[in-house]
Write a new protein. Structure first.
Length: 326
């Protein structure tokens, strides 16, 4: 069986959690600075295991940002390509002048031998996969042009790669060392094939992905603004509404439903707060861009099957009964 390593801030006093977390992130990921957006309350957990030379980590934590500066790069020996595949929440990866925002169902990759930053502006659960760079390098594959790109996991080889990464992490405890090594080699091969396919995409598709990255980045900074609209986004990005809709062609969500989904997920996370951090439902709805409570309640019920108050009550009852970890 393949052993996993667990670290959790649950075993530390609240005032100790942030510095302990920073130290863990620094050590585990080979030198990273952590920024908690100024928050004083923090909790996080990392469970890590290896599939041969491939390191897979499930990270769950409050909002935070990590940065690797050029000076940190020079002090590091190991060269990895790192993948972030969100299970919950979003991640924004910035490297080589590009920024890619990814949500559950997609992934992005970046090079630890260069400087980068990863934003997690809300509570997240990510699968993070680290692959030795030497396993991915292939003649003619322009890695520098593929870093910090949004890789859709909805279809094709990128979906196979994402599914394999997730299932390998889940099944590692039941694998022998030899099987785990083979699974790691398979992940590396699928990631390499995904990058080859990404590199060979037509220019029009590449431009569409770039526009989609810009849209996601803009939406993430304006999500709380009730005036956020297709018209506003088109004006800000200096493109037509038709181009915005085309950028999301083939996706599960339209642009409008993507924005609504992000807002609802943010409200759900706030409704799961208890004690002094709990806010009135109306305040939560208005703070995340909903213009009135009746509209919020209607779309919330459509998304969860419950009204906001019913959802909050059910969540708190389950927490009290020990069925959920708060």
């Amino acid at each position: 069986m393949t052993a996993a390593t667990l670290v959790s801030t649950d075993n530390f006093a609240p005032r100790e959690r942030a510095p302990v977390w920073r130290e863990w992130v620094w050590k585990h990921f080979g030198g990273l600075e952590s920024d908690l957006y100024g928050d004083t309350d923090f909790d996080g957990e990392m469970v890590s295991a290896q599939a041969g030379d491939v390191v897979l980590t499930r990270l769950e934590a409050n909002r935070h940002r990590v940065v690797r500066t050029p000076d940190m790069v020079r002090t590091s020996d190991a060269g990895y390509l790192k993948i972030v595949a969100p299970l919950q929440g979003r991640a924004g990866v910035e490297q080589m002048g590009r920024r890619a925002w990814v949500s559950p169902g997609a992934w992005t990759i970046y090079d630890t031998t260069g400087s980068y930053a990863v934003d997690n502006p809300e509570r997240v659960e990510h699968l993070i996969v680290m692959l030795p760079k030497a396993q991915i390098i292939e003649r003619g594959l322009p890695l520098e042009n593929l870093m910090a790109r949004h890789v859709g996991g909805a279809s094709g080889i990128a979906r196979v790669a994402l599914t394999t990464m997730r299932s390998t992490y889940q099944e590692l405890p039941n694998m022998s060392a030899a099987a785990a090594r083979g699974a790691g080699e398979l992940i590396a091969q699928l990631v390499r094939l995904s990058l080859i396919e990404l590199a060979g995409q037509a220019t029009a598709v590449t431009q569409r992905e770039a526009l989609k990255d810009r849209i996601r980045a803009y939406v993430s900074t304006r999500l709380r603004d009730p005036a956020l609209s297709i018209e506003q986004i088109a004006h800000a990005l200096n493109c037509s509404k038709r181009h915005l809709h085309n950028a999301f062609a083939g996706e599960t969500d339209t642009l409008a439903s993507y924005i609504l989904h992000l807002r609802l997920e943010a409200c759900i996370r706030e409704l799961q707060q208890s004690g002094p951090q709990a806010r009135p439902i109306t305040d939560i709805a208005l703070s995340w861009g909903f213009s009135n409570l009746s509209h919020f309640s209607r779309v919330f019920r459509g998304h969860t099957g419950l009204s906001p108050s019913e959802f909050r009550q059910a969540w708190l009852l389950n927490v009290a009964a020990g069925l959920l970890r708060h």
